[in-house]
Design a protein around this ligand. Structure first.
Ligand code: GLC
Length: 436
């Protein structure tokens, strides 16, 4: 018996903790708790907001139009989002059923949307507005019980010490003071402020790593050092990086840009799916930052189905809004938040805290599981029967919305066929199976 215990204990020590890829990073208990809650949440709202909103051409305008960085920076001097109201944002977002917000604290244009000692090019010291919008948002999130994540770009199109990568070549940097150690110190200073001055920040969401994908391995981001530094300040803080490659040691969740895990329509994915919590980010229209010409919003139906498909693949959805320079959320984005919220009020239980169903995505839709309850999310079906490949024994089938019992029968090939009532909700027809 003793021997057995000893063997069990040593086996437990040998098995790497979830997410520990190089043997050197062991997430703390609080970090694992945060990962768990992050997975339970399933739905978050991304906010891309910066002085680029003033130009209304999206967040890449400085690069795309090859503007001179100093001339571009003039936008800060008239940035005055007169309608900004953090608590209105958070309330509208909460009503959508989203459980967390991830906001751009600093994007590739190098402008900090928070008070920082590291550079005067920030919302408090560099604009007539003079208010720390991250602070106001952090307070509003805390009041509403919404978790807060900060997006942070590790690439910078204006700083002279940032080693120039494959983007932002036309912004007028001289290029004679490139010094990654100096830049890394600058970033460390900023993330320390972000983690210490805004209450509980559940995650840091990094972007821009791909700026140096053409000069690998010559260029070294020193991510292990950076991540260790972050976890030394806040061990519980989840680190994710939009590098479009497999997770690096020290990361706590894996993200996918514009594609669900396992898909690659946008051409930025294809990396292996890890055992870390997963998150997919997507735009409501086409652009992340506010773009005046972009009214190409996805429908509520498409967005709900995306959220459901994300959950069906065991992933969160981080859905983006680009607020106007006035500080308002565009009406179309509010409309989409409302639409998703109505659906989530009725069906949230089939999304929050679920795991991917065991069966792969089907022609008719996808499934999520919570304990012995398997939710079939049916987006389209023909006729009045539905064939479901399922290994477990099915005890009961009901229409989720009404709990009306549905007839089903076991086929010879092990699948079950469910008889459906005629009506369909249009967005997602949810059937709940109780399995053994
Ligand atoms: C890309 C873009 C960036 C955006 C991000 C969101 O990496 O460079 O503008 O913030 O995707 O996923």
């Amino acid at each position: 018996m003793r021997l057995m215990w000893a063997m069990l204990i040593s086996a437990a020590v040998l098995v790497p903790a979830k997410g520990q890829t190089d043997g050197s990073y062991v997430p703390t208990e609080e970090n694992l708790q945060n990962r768990k809650q992050f997975e339970v949440d399933r739905f978050g709202i991304f906010i891309h907001w910066g002085i680029y909103a003033s130009y209304a051409q999206g967040e890449w305008y400085l690069n795309n139009a090859s503007l001179n960085k100093d001339e571009y920076a003039q936008a800060a001097r008239c940035f005055y989002p007169i309608k900004f109201n953090a608590s209105e944002w958070v309330k509208a977002i909460k009503d959508s059923g989203a459980k967390y917000i991830c906001i751009t604290s600093r994007h590739h244009d190098g402008f900090s949307m928070f008070k920082t000692q590291a550079s005067p090019y920030n919302i408090v010291d560099g604009t007539p507005f003079g208010r720390d919008i991250l602070k106001e948002l952090a307070d509003a999130c805390q009041a509403e019980g919404i978790s807060l994540h900060f997006y942070y770009s590790i690439l910078d199109w204006i700083r002279e010490d940032y080693p120039i990568g494959r983007t932002g070549k036309g912004t007028g940097r001289k290029g004679d003071q490139q010094d990654y150690n100096s830049y890394l110190n600058f970033m460390k200073g900023q993330v320390k402020e972000l983690l210490e001055n805004y209450g509980n920040i559940r995650a840091l969401w990094f972007d821009g790593y791909w700026d140096h994908d053409k000069d690998q391995p010559a260029f070294d981001w020193k991510m292990p050092e950076f991540y260790r530094y972050i976890h030394s300040i806040s061990p519980a803080c989840l680190i994710g990086n939009n590098h479009h490659i497999s997770p690096l040691a020290g990361e706590d969740f894996q993200m996918f840009e514009r594609d669900l895990p396992g898909e690659n329509k946008a051409g930025m994915s294809g990396q292996e799916i890890s055992r870390l919590p997963l998150e997919m980010c997507q735009t409501m229209n086409d652009m992340w930052g506010y773009k005046v010409a972009d009214l190409n919003y996805k429908s509520v139906k498409d967005l709900v189905q995306l959220l459901v498909r994300a959950a069906g693949k065991g992933s969160n959805l981080l859905l983006n809004i680009g607020p106007r320079p006035t500080g308002e959320l565009p009406e179309l984005s509010i409309d989409r938040l409302k639409g998703i919220g109505e659906w989530m009020k009725q069906y949230g239980e089939t999304i929050y805290g679920t795991q991917a169903g065991e069966m792969p995505e089907q022609e008719w839709g996808i499934s999520t599981r919570k304990g012995d309850r398997l939710f079939l999310h049916i987006f389209s079906y023909q006729g009045t029967t539905l064939n479901v490949p399922i290994d477990q024994k099915v005890k009961q089938a009901v229409l989720y919305a009404t709990q009306e019992k549905l007839k089903f029968k076991k086929e010879k090939d092990g699948t079950i066929t469910i008889t459906l009532p005629q009506e369909s909700s249009g967005i997602d027809y949810v059937i709940e199976l109780t399995t053994k």
